[in-house]
Write a protein that binds this ligand. Sequence first.
Ligand code: SAM
Length: 253
Amino acid sequence: MSQPDQTTHFGFRDVPLGDKQTLVNEVFHSVASRYDLMNDLMSMGLHRVWKDIMVNTLNPPKSDAPFALLDVAGGTGDIAFRTAKVSGRGFHATVCDINENMLNVGRERAVAQHLDARVAFVEGNAETLAFPDRSFDGYTIAFGIRNVPRIDLALKEAFRVLKPGGRFLCLEFSSVEVPGLDRLYDLFSFKVIPPLGRIVTGDAESYQYLVESIRRFPKPPAFAGMIRAAGFSRVSWQTLSGGIVALHSGWRL
Ligand code: SAM
């Protein structure tokens, strides 16, 4: 159990560890209905490319071979839908997210895309997954892990629920280290995204949190070390779009 005086980050603020999840839940509760639109506007459509790179890296079977994917912090279902569309008939995805509002948007999208038989939505916490040991072939988490208060617990749970031979993939914002692009990116993040959030969702604070939380997330070598510490092997990463995003990979061997 965590000690009552332990603190963590909520964006640039230090908050009691036990308060972070409530604050994060308020963010996604507030933005759920406009979340997908805001993703397109903020990333100028690039999040689609990054997600497709993650799905191609996962490379699920195109055959009838069974493949069970767990997409944690899966929100409105983007990763699960994209993977289902390139997979064979043996594919099934479980989207697990702590926020019922995000899941409800995802359920509606699944029906609209006729994917509701292949993609299930389940409420749950990445730190304490309610799935048996060794039950999934793939575990994905996109733009989710930096919101989880105890990342080490989430990584241990990822390892636990994967079958031996299963793959862990994490897509997350990273740090831009291209001279010139870094300043432009900071300017866009802090001066454009929160006001855009206000216009589109009526909530600038949630988007202020999002851009701040990106800056507090560990850099790729440190995050790779955390993935290894959870038990994963052959841990690697690639940065995308000048370091705006990093895709980490690990295997349960
Ligand atoms: N993966 C989706 C995507 O790429 O569009 C959604 C990402 S969204 C930025 C972050 C998601 O993480 C939200 O839906 C939020 O509810 C979820 N989340 C935050 N903390 C979580 C936790 N402890 N366990 C599971 N999901 C969590």
